[in-house]
Design a protein around this ligand. Structure first.
Ligand code: KG4
Ligand code: ZN
Length: 334
């Protein structure tokens, strides 16, 4: 079976042709990072306009590169939610138009579900497992009992981790996206600044990162600080909290299989610390290749294939939604 997947939830325009037998046949991503760089964050109107401009030329390029005939598709997968609503509208309309023209079914995917299944592109993970999703818009812990069965365990009460990276980078005048910039600066710095680890001691799986950002702001406003050392200090505080909450989740659930996904899972120090932790505590760790950590359409194709195999399809009248929780989506579309 073959699917074309469409992902436009934020600032990446991504398409993928995927087969359950052959794997990825073709994959293309156009990042808008340069466009949003001067603003220190994604500008929703600009993002939607870029998706509109680029989707058809990208599809042309993908078909040229792969020689794939769209008539061979069995269905179209697309990100329905969550994301910037204008950007989602562009991708969903594109997917619907293709499905209508080609007379193929439509299969909706939750963006976070896509992230969770990004690791399955490398190797399927046995159920149940714990999923730590750390992206620009979300920071959540889930127990995944089966495809579509997502049990929320906790998550951030304010800023997402990726959002904190981006905001802290903006405070230091580094540009966007902040994650990779802080990641590389931190390698040359030492964690010498004392920063808070909000909620680290609390016996719950919720987290908070906005206080950490405020503490960084005070240091920046004080002047005369080292960007390298502040990056290393911020990163250490974030990872300390994530690490503690994952240990707690393992203790509370008894599940010793962890999947860490989303844009921030590309972080080199987070990968090192979690791999060390998994060896120390003897849990199984699955992290996608950094290219699959950040937004892509391969993960949407994989999750779409799982849903299609279960016979779930969307009506032609389907509309994007800005923020349907993963567990609700799983119940609705399984
Ligand atoms: O999953 P993603 O590509 O998009 C969303 O679904 O939000 O995540 C993007 C986020 C951004 O906040 C970006 O700064 C962060 O992931 N990110 C990183 C790294 N690469 C991307 N954060 C820390 N270290 C990185 N190497
Ligand atoms: Zn994402």
């Amino acid at each position: 079976m073959h699917t074309l997947a469409v992902e436009t939830s934020c600032d990446e325009t991504a398409l993928c042709i995927y087969s359950d037998k052959e794997g990825v046949i073709g994959d293309i991503i156009l990042s808008q990072a340069k466009l949003h760089f001067p603003y220190g964050g994604v500008v929703p109107e600009l993002s939607a306009r870029e998706h509109t401009r680029n989707l058809l030329p990208l599809l042309d390029r993908l078909l040229e590169e792969t020689g794939f005939d769209l008539k061979r598709l069995d269905f179209i997968s697309f990100t329905l939610t969550p994301g910037l609503i204008l950007s989602l509208v562009v991708g969903v309309s594109f997917a619907k138009t293709l499905a209508y023209y080609l007379e193929k079914p439509l299969v909706p995917v939750h963006h976070l579900e896509g992230h969770v299944y990004s690791v399955f592109l490398q190797k399927p993970v046995p159920y149940p497992f714990l999923a730590l999703i750390v992206s620009g818009g979300h920071t959540d812990l889930y127990m995944v009992e089966d495809f579509g069965k997502y049990l929320p365990l906790g998550g951030t009460l304010d800023d997402a981790v990726g959002e904190s990276y981006d905001k802290v980078a903006k405070l230091m005048g580094l540009g966007y996206p902040g994650g990779p910039l802080i990641d590389s600066l931190a390698k040359e710095g030492r964690p010498i600044y004392r920063l808070p680890r909000p909620m680290i001691e609390e016996d719950c799986l919720n987290m908070s990162f906005s206080g950490l950002k405020t503490a960084v702001r005070k240091i920046v406003e004080g002047g005369g600080y080292s960007k390298k050392d502040l990056s290393a200090s911020f990163q250490e505080a974030v990872i300390d909290v994530l690490e503690r909450k994952v240990i707690l989740a393992v203790e509370k659930t008894g599940v010793k299989r962890i999947v860490v996904v989303g844009g921030v899972s590309a972080n080199s120090e987070l990968r090192r610390r979690f791999s060390e932790l998994s060896q120390k505590l003897g849990f199984e760790l699955h992290i996608p290749h950094p290219k699959l950590s950040t937004d892509n359409a391969q993960m949407i194709a994989y999750a779409g294939m799982e849903r299609f195999k279960r016979g779930v399809m969307a009506p032609e009248s389907i509309n994007p939604e800005p923020n349907t929780p993963l567990e609700v989506f799983g119940r609705l579309w399984s």
